[in-house]
Every structure is written in structure tokens, then in C-alpha cells.
Ligand binder design. Structure first.
Ligand code: FMN
Length: 221
């Protein structure tokens, strides 16, 4: 599965099969997460075979079931912490999809008290991502249109359109899609547009999707 196929196949999945992740898949995922940590300076980890992280009323209310594995996005505090967690978290999500796994970004509906016990002092918890073999593959979300999320004067090159279309397939908190892509002198950039929660995490996620399709770095403001 290519990264573009993974972007098309990925949808949030909240109900999981009672099927452990095989050791060779864990090894590949852990190696990928380590490489992401080296690049980003974050200290993200994957927690396997631990139902406690999603054992809470909120998780059931949020229709999560049988979540036994999850990614803990964490690291030391820094100015771009939320953006970087979004960017590298989604890089890991799409790799997990390529390994045949399903995921769901989770800012609220998990057991924060239990997960916080796994975060060493001095590190900050961003959020978690549920992980496993889904009961289903999920469904595509309702999406804004390209023109809702751009501010461009004049024409747009194909790579820019491909990048924005890919960003529209990205997960965002409550499907808010509060980002805006711009293009000046062939230089793409992206910023948060409007008010919402976790918009900086969403921005990092959208930036990763854009870059994967456009093949160009996007400047985040
Ligand atoms: C930063 C972030 C936080 C999220 N938090 C939650 C959450 O607490 N509970 C939940 O059920 N879904 C959560 N989601 C999943 C979104 O609802 C989902 O990504 C969005 O509806 C789009 O659907 P899709 O991921 O299937 O494309 C979150 C997504 C993101 C990106």
C-alpha cells in the first residue's frame, strides 16, 4: 500500500477486534516510531495489550470498544509541540494503515488518569491514538470543498491542488477542517482559520497530508 492509498483507506475506527498485533508488526511500528522521535525530538511510544487506556465512561460514551493498543503522543514542552505531535502522529497513523492497522485520534474520550501514569515527569501528554484491527474500516467523513480551505490569487499548480485535496482527507478534531492553504511565489503555506479546539494538532496533521501528496514542504504559520 502506497502512502496515497493509505490516505484514501484511512478513516477513524473506534471498535476493534479481539486480535493481538503480531510481534513482527509491532517491531516494524516501533522502529518507525523511534525514527520519527529522532527526527522530531518527541518521545512518542506505543502501548500494547493494555485495555486500561480506554477503560472509562467517556470512552464508552464516545463509542470506543475493545481498544487494547494505543499510541501515546508525548514529549518535552516546546513552542511547536501541538503542531509536531499532529505532523508526526499522522505520519505514524499512515504507516500503521500501511501495516494493515486501523486508528482513531483521541483527544478527549480516553482514560487520561491511567495514561498520565505512563508519562514520565518533565514530559507533556498531547493525546493518544487508538490502534488495532478494526471491526470495520470506517467510512469517509463529510468534507469541505477545496475552495473553502484556500486563499489563493491566480492559478494553482496541480501539485498544490493535490496537496489540498489530500489535506481534506485528513482527520481533524470533530471534523472541523479549520485550516487554510495559501500560495505565494510558488511557496505553499498553511494556517489555522477560525476558532476551535486542537486546531494546532489538526494543522500538523493537514500539513503532513499536504506534503505527502504535493511532494513539497509547506510552511506553517
Ligand atoms: C486532534 C483530534 C482529536 C480527536 N479527538 C477525538 C475524540 O476525543 N473522540 C473521538 O471519538 N474522535 C476524535 N477524533 C476523531 C475525529 O472525530 C475524526 O478524525 C473526524 O470526525 C474525521 O473522521 P475520519 O478520521 O474518519 O476521517 C479526533 C481527531 C483529531 C484529529
Amino acid at each position: 500500500m502506497t502512502i496515497m492509498e493509505a490516505i484514501d483507506a484511512r478513516h477513524s475506527v473506534r471498535a476493534y477486534k479481539d486480535m493481538p498485533i503480531p510481534q513482527e508488526v509491532r517491531d516494524q511500528l516501533d522502529a518507525f516510531v523511534s525514527a520519527c522521535n529522532e527526527e522530531s525530538g518527541l518521545s512518542t511510544t506505543v502501548r500494547y495489550d493494555d485495555p486500561d487506556g480506554f477503560d472509562s465512561r467517556l470512552a464508552h460514551y464516545g463509542s470506543f470498544s475493545n481498544v487494547k493498543n494505543y499510541i501515546i503522543l508525548k514529549g518535552s514542552k516546546r513552542a511547536d509541540f501541538d503542531f509536531e505531535c499532529g505532523y508526526f502522529g499522522e505520519k505514524i497513523v499512515l504507516y500503521a494503515q500501511q501495516l494493515g492497522l486501523n486508528t482513531c485520534w483521541t483527544a478527549l474520550t480516553f482514560n487520561k488518569k491511567k495514561v498520565k501514569e505512563l508519562v514520565p515527569g518533565g514530559e507533556k501528554l498531547c493525546m493518544v491514538i487508538a490502534l488495532g484491527y478494526g471491526e470495520t474500516q470506517g467510512t469517509p467523513h463529510k468534507s469541505k470543498s477545496l475552495y473553502d480551505v484556500i486563499d489563493v490569487k491566480g492559478g494553482m499548480p496541480e501539485w498544490f491542488v493535490a496537496g489540498v485535496e489530500s489535506a481534506l482527507k485528513a482527520p481533524t478534531a470533530v471534523n472541523q477542517q479549520k485550516f487554510c492553504f495559501m500560495l505565494e511565489n510558488d511557496e505553499p503555506s498553511v494556517k489555522v482559520r477560525g476558532i476551535g479546539t486542537f486546531t494546532k494538532v489538526d494543522l500538523g496533521i493537514a500539513a503532513y497530508h499536504f506534503e505527502a501528496a504535493a511532494g513539497k514542504k509547506v510552511n506553517a504559520r
